[in-house]
Design a protein around this ligand. Structure first.
Ligand code: CTP
Ligand code: CA
Length: 225
């Protein structure tokens, strides 16, 4: 590591960040996915690095260039992402699960391209993926900080608090889907950070790079406390 990190707030800390969507194959030419751009997770990885951390970014398929001086692990499916996270989690002082992991994946991948069948509908059987964050939450050791996101369209606070508790998180970042200009495909985000005591900090709509700074400020506070 040729980067000089001494004196920075996260020097000597290892971080694991996930970003982007996952692709769940249907057949050799098709997949199920979502609109995640990866920008939020990439911004967090870059900010953690700027603060001195040794960062591993596990990323689903995105159009983004990996941030400088960050270890980049490219994955495709939720199953691949789980495997990469399990490899890096044990070492990580800080883990931020920013990826929009598919909740369901096709039960089987067709070997050959599925042909259209005149006049008939097509059903694809889906099975649940493993919840990566909940899996990491079960393995979390004292001193490890684990942060998740929540994307909600209704009962957002109650649902986010429920996820925070179920997945054993230190705090959860609630993405508001209500505000114009915010959301997981664009350049801006409006978040609320909810901690273990259910106390909430509401932030303004701002660029994802600034949102990443707010999240990292909370991480540093947590590690100091
Ligand atoms: N997550 C994960 N593995 C999954 C699904 C989600 O690690 N298979 C993580 C996401 O990266 C995010 C958090 O769990 O940090 C919450 O994701 P979200 O989609 O908001 O919640 P879910 O628990 O998947 O529940 P639902 O989609 O039904 O609201
Ligand atoms: Ca989900």
């Amino acid at each position: 590591d040729t980067y000089f990190t001494e004196g920075l707030p996260l020097a000597n800390k290892k971080a694991l960040v996930t970003a982007g969507p996952t692709h769940e194959a249907i057949d050799p030419v098709r997949y199920i996915s979502n609109h995640s751009s990866g920008k939020m997770g990439y911004a967090i990885a870059a900010e953690l690095r700027r603060l001195g951390a040794d960062v591993t970014l596990v990323s689903g398929p995105t159009d983004l260039a990996p941030p400088e001086a960050v270890r980049h692990v490219a994955v495709t499916s939720a199953a691949d992402m789980l495997e990469a996270c399990l490899t890096h989690f044990t070492e990580a002082d800080i883990t931020v699960m920013g990826a929009a992991v598919a909740d369901y994946t096709p039960k089987s991948v067709a070997d050959l391209k599925i042909k259209k069948n005149e006049g008939k509908n097509l059903g694809i059987e889906l099975v649940k993926t493993t919840d990566i964050l909940a899996t990491l939450g079960k393995r979390k050791q004292k001193g490890q900080v684990l942060i998740g996101f929540a994307l909600e369209t209704h009962d957002e606070h109650a649902n986010a608090i429920d996820k925070l508790r179920r997945k054993n998180l230190d705090f959860i970042v609630l993405n508001s889907m209500r505000d114009e200009g915010a959301g997981f495909a664009g350049d801006h985000n409006k978040i609320t950070i909810i901690d273990k005591h259910a106390s909430m900090e509401v932030f303004e709509l701002k660029p994802k790079t600034a949102v990443a700074q707010d999240i990292c400020t909370r991480i540093i506070q947590l590690l100091d406390s």
